[in-house]
Design a protein. Structure first.
Length: 236
């Protein structure tokens, strides 16, 4: 009953233009839960190195935490990066190490700030044709509280955590109880739910950081979709 109610809400919200959902293609033989998620290693212009997790949400676009693309110690952007999809130890299915454009919403000039720790990448190639991609949704406070969400991050390759209810911290942040198991490497990973009958996962937030007791994720907001479309993201 609740699912039907939520589906109805989704349809109504879509009709009202409140939620943006892109419909993804499925990857060849794996669920995009994992195939559309990349582990990546970056080198920033300051010389620092980092690794993180990102998720394809269009054929040519990825979303991740901003601090995976901008060094929050020196506020310098990414110089080079290599993306590995479906990495399992040293094996991976698809990789990319060419050029790309990105947009970061974070300003790290005064150090790390978490509220706008989100960024997207526009690739010059349709990487999503190989990996599939997530649908994505700008959820209202009420809707997101009802979802049973999952998160995937790259500490190895496992789904780290399931939870029944998130807490809405603000228009930009959700949180849930978590421990320090949430280390760097997971950051930028998708926080998503699945609808009965839908073959693809729906991304609602990007995991960004944790305290000793809670994990925090930056919500996907409609302005991010608008900016991505302006910059050439292909939402089919
Ligand atoms: Zn640095």
């Amino acid at each position: 009953m609740m699912k039907r109610f939520l589906s109805l809400l989704l349809v109504l919200a879509l009709a009202a233009g409140l939620i943006t959902v892109s419909v993804p293609a499925l990857a060849a033989d794996n669920s995009p839960d994992t195939s559309a998620v990349a582990y990546f290693e970056v080198k920033f212009h300051c010389g620092c190195t980092w690794n993180g997790t990102g998720t394809m949400i269009a054929t040519n676009a990825m979303i991740t935490a901003a601090h995976n693309l901008v060094c929050y110690t020196h506020n310098r952007g990414v110089n080079t990066a290599t993306f590995y999809f479906e990495r399992d130890n040293r094996k991976y299915r698809t990789s990319y190490n060419g050029k790309f454009n990105y947009h970061s919403y974070a300003d790290f000039s005064r150090g790390y700030e978490s509220d706008d720790d989100i960024a997207y990448i526009i690739f010059p190639k349709d990487i999503g044709s190989n990996t599939g991609w997530y649908a994505s949704s700008a959820e209202s406070d009420d809707d997101i509280k009802w979802e049973f969400c999952h998160m995937i991050g790259y500490n190895g390759y496992k789904r780290l955590y399931d939870w029944e209810q998130v807490e809405v911290e603000s228009s930009k942040l959700i949180s849930w109880p978590a421990s320090r198991e949430y280390r760097e490497g997971n950051q930028g990973g998708p926080v998503y739910y699945r609808y009965e009958g839908l073959e693809y996962p729906v991304l609602v937030a990007v995991y960004i950081t944790c305290s000793n007791t809670r994990a925090y994720a930056r919500r996907i907001t409609n302005n991010i979709y608008s900016d991505m479309e302006r910059d050439g993201a292909k939402f089919n």
